[in-house]
Design a protein around this ligand. Sequence first.
Ligand code: AMP
Ligand code: MG
Length: 401
Amino acid sequence: MAELKPVEAALSALLEGVQPLGSERIPCDRAAGRILAEPVAATLDVPPFDNSAMDGYALHHRDAGRWLRVNQRIAAGATGEPLAADSCARIFTGGAIPEGADCVVMQESVEVDGDWVRVPEGVPAGDNIRRRGRDVTAGSELLPAGEPLEAAALGHLAGQGITEVTVRRRPRVALLSTGDEIVDPGQPLGPGQIYNSNRPMLRRLLERFGAEVVHLAAIPDEPEGTRRALEDAARRADLVVSTGGVSVGEEDHVKAAVEALGQLDLWRLAIRPGKPLALGRLPAEGHEARFVGLPGNPVSSFVGAWLFLRPLMGALLGAPALLELPRLAARAAFATQTGPRAHYMRVRLEFGTEGISAHAFRDQNSGVLSSCIAADALAVVSPETRLEVGDRVDCLWIGGA
Ligand code: AMP
Ligand code: MG
C-alpha cells in the first residue's frame, strides 16, 4: 500500500505552476471582495488639507491664555480667511484650518464672553489638527496588487476619488457531484438515496474564496458518462472540482476518466477526515483546467476545501492572504489520541483573558456534518499524538463573518 502523504506535499503539487488569471476593469461599486490585480497609486493627499479634529476654536498657540475675538466661523466644507491679529476662528470638525492658526482648542475648554474667547495657556502647536497627507501622501502606493477589496480598502479608493479598478478575473469553477445515490433537494428521496449536501456547501465556500461557480452537474457512476461530464466541465471552467468517486471502489470512475482525458495524481493523504485527494489537469479547447477531486463525505470535502481549494484560489487570484489559513495557538479543552494520520478536528474557539481555548465538537466522526456548523477553526493534532486537556494545539482559523 502506498505511503500516506502529508498535506504540505499535496498542496505544493497542487499549486505548482499555477499562475494568476487575467484581469478586468470594473466599477468600484461592484468591486467588493475582489482582488486588486495591480497596485494603485495615490494621486491625492488624504486628508487633502489641514483640518480640525474637533468642534472648537482655531488659533495660533502663542495666543493661548489671552482673550481673542472670534471673527470668523469655519464649518466642514468651508474655507476661512487668514487669522487677523488677536483673533481666532470658530471651527467645526473637518473645517479647514485658516492660515495663521496652528492649533484647535475644543469648545469645552474655552471661556466665552460674547464674541470673545480665552483658551487655557500651554496649548501645543499642532493640537487637534489633522495634518494634510497624514493618512495618504500623493505619489505613494495606496494599495498593493493582491489586496482584497474589503471595507477599508474600498473606503481608501473612494478617498482618492477613484471610480474604477483593475481586479483579477474570478476563477471559473465547475462543481460536479458523483454518486448514483445523490439526489438534489426538491426531488423525492428514494430508498438508499441521500440529498446532495456537498454542492451548496462547496459552492458557498468557493464563492467565499473568490470563485465564480459557472457550472453544476452530476456525474453518473459509469465510465462513459463520467468522461463526458468531465470534458464538458473542463471546457467551461478554469477549475473542475468533483466530490466522491475517488476511492478505489468499483463505482469510482473519476480517476480513470481524468487519467484518460489528461493527467491525474491520486494522493492518499495522512489526514483525517479526508484521505483520498485527486489532483489533475484536464486539457480543453485553448486551455487546461485544473482538476481537484475531493472525497464524497461532506465533512471530508468541507475540510478539503479549506485546506486545498482556498490556497488554490489564492494562487489563481494572486491573493497572498488566501494562500495560508491564519494559525492560532490554543489550549485544548479536550483530550484525544491520533493514529497514523493527522486529525483536523472541528473546534469552536473561546477567547478568554487567560488565552484561547479550543472546544472540539463532541462527535468528530467524518460522517457528522454538524461538527462543521459551529466550527471556527480546525485544530491540527499531529499523527501518533496523545493530546491532554490543557495541552497546546495549533488551530487553523476558518471563522469570521
Ligand atoms: P464516495 O467518496 O463516493 O465513496 O462517497 C463517500 C460517502 O459520501 C458516501 O457515503 C456518499 O454517499 C457520500 N457522499 C458522496 N457525495 C455526496 C454528496 N454530494 N452529498 C452528501 N453525501 C455525499
Ligand atoms: Mg460514490
